[in-house]
Design a protein around this ligand. Structure first.
Ligand code: T4K
Length: 365
């Protein structure tokens, strides 16, 4: 049987049916109904955040958060991420300025941020990529020094904690993805966690067409509301999230055991003071030492019906839609890693036998 890079976590069918029964009975399908309200309250507690709003997907939480901050100019970010991060900036008519990443955890290289700041810089948008936490303290120090906003792309960090604090509490805003492929899913969905309640009101309006009241529309908003069926999925999945994360941990531990001491294979570090969610398992191949390239490993796995993925290649500053506007040589570490990284299959129900099979194929190359 084929193994895909991930597999959505689902509650029991009966549990979901029970949860959506009230939706059926009430005919209340969307527009911030009772399931939306319940999930929002449950998540606020689980994530340990002050304020949270739900969205139709993670991307819209990022895009509308930038819009709600009403900024102009340049946003410092990284290209080693999913399309969404960069597109959220560009679609707001802001200019991405690409900062390089750390070679170890692939998050923004904080030592390079200050040299990119100009009088047009308005924000920093770092990514906790693969669930690896950025250097949040140094980023905040720089932001405070230069008066910049910080918007975290926290798509991969559901439920993570840094020094005991929910990861959604850092920066001005942190945006999570609840896509089907994520540790916690609402089929499609996302959330923005933020400090300032005034900002929250603006954000809420923007996800609902800019409507302030029955006869007042005072912002050019979008429709980015989470519907009741998605919220019901979230309510069910949240009941089992700790178990799911514990199972993912076992899978990751087995991978680490098997691949941790192999010459030419580099794993993500275990970060200090971080309570991980085991979202992704990226592996970087040094072809000169390992003896095979990332692409060769990927192909060999594919021949065995195992679908590892090249997250995140190409870098977003290489995308065709930008027509060569950005210089990829400005982010050499990101380029190096993106050409060598492979994310291996990881989900709660992946058996340890399958992990062994995947490792055997890699080690036998
Ligand atoms: N920021 C970052 C850093 C992100 O990584 C993402 C999303 C976002 C922002 C935006 O959040 P959202 O707006 O999506 O909430 C996937 C996801 O679609 C995307 O959410 C995710 N990042 C990205 C890293 O991965 P694809 O195009 O690789 O997905 P796809 O369809 O190839 O699926 C991957 C595997 O997942 C499949 O092989 C099987 C499994 N799968 C997929 C689907 C759709 C399931 O098990 N169930 C499913 O329903 O983008």
């Amino acid at each position: 049987m084929s193994i895909l890079v991930t597999r959505s976590s689902m509650p029991d069918f009966d549990e979901y049916i029970e949860e959506i029964k009230e939706i059926w009975d009430s005919h209340w399908l969307t527009n911030m109904g009772p399931k939306h309200k319940k999930l929002q309250a449950d998540l606020k507690e689980y994530l340990g955040v002050e304020n949270i709003d739900l969205f139709v997907n993670g991307h819209m939480s990022l895009e509308l958060s930038l819009q709600a901050l009403k900024m102009q100019g340049e946003v410092i970010t990284t290209p080693f991420t999913f399309a969404s991060t960069t597109h959220a900036i560009v679609r707001n008519r802001l200019e991405p300025v690409f900062c390089d990443i750390n070679p170890d955890d692939y998050t923004i290289d904080v030592s390079k941020i200050e040299s990119l700041i100009t009088d047009r810089t308005c924000a920093i948008m770092p990514v906790h990529v693969y669930g690896n936490i950025c250097n949040v303290e140094e980023i905040q120090r720089i932001a405070d020094k230069y008066g910049l906003k910080v918007i975290y792309d926290a798509a991969h960090t559901f439920g993570e904690k840094y020094k005991g604090k929910g990861i959604g509490t850092f920066g001005d805003v942190s945006c999570f993805s609840f896509h089907a492929t994520k540790v916690f899913n609402t089929i499609e969905g996302g959330a923005a966690c933020f400090k300032n309640p005034e900002f929250g009101l603006e954000l809420y309006r923007l996800k609902n067409f800019g409507i302030r009241g029955p006869e007042v529309v005072d912002a050019v908003g979008a429709n980015a509301k989470m519907n009741e069926f998605s919220a019901a999925m979230g309510i069910c999945n949240l009941r089992h999230i700790d178990e799911e994360i514990a199972k993912r941990k076992k899978v990751v531990e087995r991978y680490r055991e098997r691949l941790g001491n192999v010459n030419g294979i580099k794993l993500s570090p275990i970060q200090e003071n971080v309570q991980s969610n085991y979202a992704y398992f990226p592996v970087v191949f040094d072809e000169n030492v390992f003896g095979a390239t990332r692409n060769e490993v990927c192909d060999r796995l594919a021949e065995n019906d195992i679908n590892a993925r090249k997250y995140f290649y190409p870098l977003t500053n290489m995308f065709d839609c930008f027509n060569g506007k950005y210089n990829v040589d400005d982010t050499p570490v990101a380029l190096h890693i993106s050409q060598r990284v492979l994310t291996l299959p990881l989900y709660a129900d992946l058996s340890l036998e399958d992990v062994d099979r995947i490792c055997d194929i890699i080690l036998n190359i």
